[in-house]
Design a protein around this ligand. Structure first.
Ligand code: ATP
Ligand code: MG
Length: 428
């Protein structure tokens, strides 16, 4: 027997037992985003190395030590994409999608980083990327975050905390860099090897250090928010006001900086304490300088990337996994007249709520038996039609998994009641 060839360390197969969950999550994300005007874009997984050097930044973990870079047969240096924004911006510039235009894009696929494989951190991993090009914000910054909150709700994902910060503009950052250098220089003996190397060229990266021994020093560092220019401060205040008005909870984390150089102003992360050390599930921010930096005309932009492996893990911790296949609504119909009223009601509800998973009790049965099926189905809501309701044009609406509340409503009031029960089924 010959020796078995094995997969590359940190690169996993996604087997049939798992693909349904992945497909469900991708479908929900694409569906939610489609509802906000985001459209899919597909770009190559291989790009010229230069693209990533110029966008992500020379003195970053990714470019310094994580890229899969090789020469092709012509001697051109190519790199397997470590992230998607650079490729999407390149594609937008190259295909004339930048000048005087606005675009909302999403994309999904594998990314490659030579990292130390561990739970939640792989060498091939998948991201779901969201990019809005041509929008100065702060409205789109807030909308992006509001949209993500909706996606988490639709997926039944809880335990995510939103952290936001503003890292200002490059000029303010240059001033802050000097302040930071002074601070770290005064504590040279506490810097680890990576941080010493970064001290002169990119001291902001030290704030992003994952080394536990560095955390205390980092916690005492001066804050970037103290060096914001007036416009960035106003932008940040507006983002916060818009989020508050939309009822989105968040925490300002003045130490949040991102591991890629192209960000400015708004940065954010959705983090969880449920996945151990790898807690960042989605991260992003504004990158107003990147399009110009890559040769396009100056174009404001904002975007983020969801780490799908981590999102899948988190999804599995909730009741989302069962809910992904279970119906949301079970329609109980007892008696002939009720069935005749239930079928058109079900169609109207599906019309009004695309994607609704509604299972109608077909095949008869008494009230008790049908309610047992409703419970066993995993549905969130039972709609109940008996002879009486059918005659009166009403419907019983029973919450199966909340407080068990029950109400009798006119048929016209059912969509709103369903929306309240289904969309409110988990609070972030
Ligand atoms: P981290 O701080 O965890 O290294 P990052 O700041 O490098 O993340 P980004 O480049 O902003 O991450 O990517 C966005 C998201 O992609 C992260 O929040 C995470 O969910 C996911 N991600 C990043 N690197 C990996 C990896 N090696 N394996 C799995 N998921 C990853
Ligand atoms: Mg990283």
């Amino acid at each position: 027997m010959s020796v078995q060839v094995q997969a590359i360390r940190g690169m996993s197969d996604i087997l049939p037992a798992d693909t349904a969950t992945w497909a469900h999550i991708e479908r929900v994300l694409a569906g939610v985003l489609g509802g906000y005007g985001y459209r899919e874009i597909r770009v190559p997984v291989l790009e010229r190395t230069e693209l990533f050097r110029r966008s992500i930044g020379e003195v970053t973990d990714i470019v310094e030590k994580e890229m899969y870079t090789f020469d092709d047969r012509n001697g051109s240096s190519l790199t397997l994409r470590p992230e998607a924004t650079a490729g999407i911006v390149r594609a937008a510039i190259e295909n004339g999608l930048i000048h005087n235009q606005r675009h909302r894009f999403w994309s999904t696929g594998p990314m490659f980083r030579y990292e130390k494989p561990q739970k939640g951190r792989y060498r091939q991993f998948h991201q779901f990327d969201i990019e809005a090009l041509g929008y100065p914000g702060p409205d789109i910054d807030a909308e992006l975050i509001i949209m993500l909150a909706r996606a988490w709700r639709r997926l039944g994902i809880r335990h995510l905390e939103l952290q936001i910060n503003s890292i200002g503009m490059p000029e303010g950052r240059a001033r802050y860099r000097e302040v930071l250098k002074d601070y770290f220089r005064a504590h040279l003996e506490q810097l680890d090897e990576d941080s010493l190397r970064r001290l002169e060229r990119n001291p902001l990266r030290i704030l992003d250090s994952k080394n536990p021994a560095m955390q205390e020093l980092v916690a005492g560092a001066p804050l970037i928010t103290e060096h914001l220019d007036a416009d960035s401060a106003a932008h940040f205040a507006s983002v916060q006001a818009l989020l508050e008005a939309a009822g989105i909870g968040f925490r300002v984390n003045p130490r949040l900086v991102r591991g890629l150089d192209y960000y400015n102003r708004t940065v954010f992360e959705w983090v969880t304490d449920q996945l151990g050390a790898q807690g960042a599930v989605c991260a992003g921010g504004r990158y107003d300088g990147l399009v110009e930096q890559l040769g396009g005309s100056a174009t404001p932009a904002v975007g983020c990337a969801i780490g799908l492996e981590r999102l899948v893990e988190l999804f599995r911790l909730g009741d989302g996994e069962a809910a992904a296949v279970a119906p949301e609504v079970y329609l109980v119909a007892v008696g002939e007249a009720a069935v005749a009223a239930a079928l058109p009601l079900a169609e109207r509800l599906r019309d009004g709520r695309p994607g609704l998973r509604l299972e109608m009790n077909c095949g008869g049965g008494g009230f008790k038996a049908q309610m047992r099926r409703a419970d066993a189905s995993g549905a969130v809501v039972a709609l109940v039609l008996g002879e009486e309701e059918a005659a009166a044009g009403t419907v019983g609406v029973k919450a199966l998994r909340h407080d068990g509340s029950q109400q009798t409503l006119g048929q016209d009031a059912v969509p709103a009641a369903l929306a309240a029960l289904l969309d409110g089924k988990c609070n972030n």
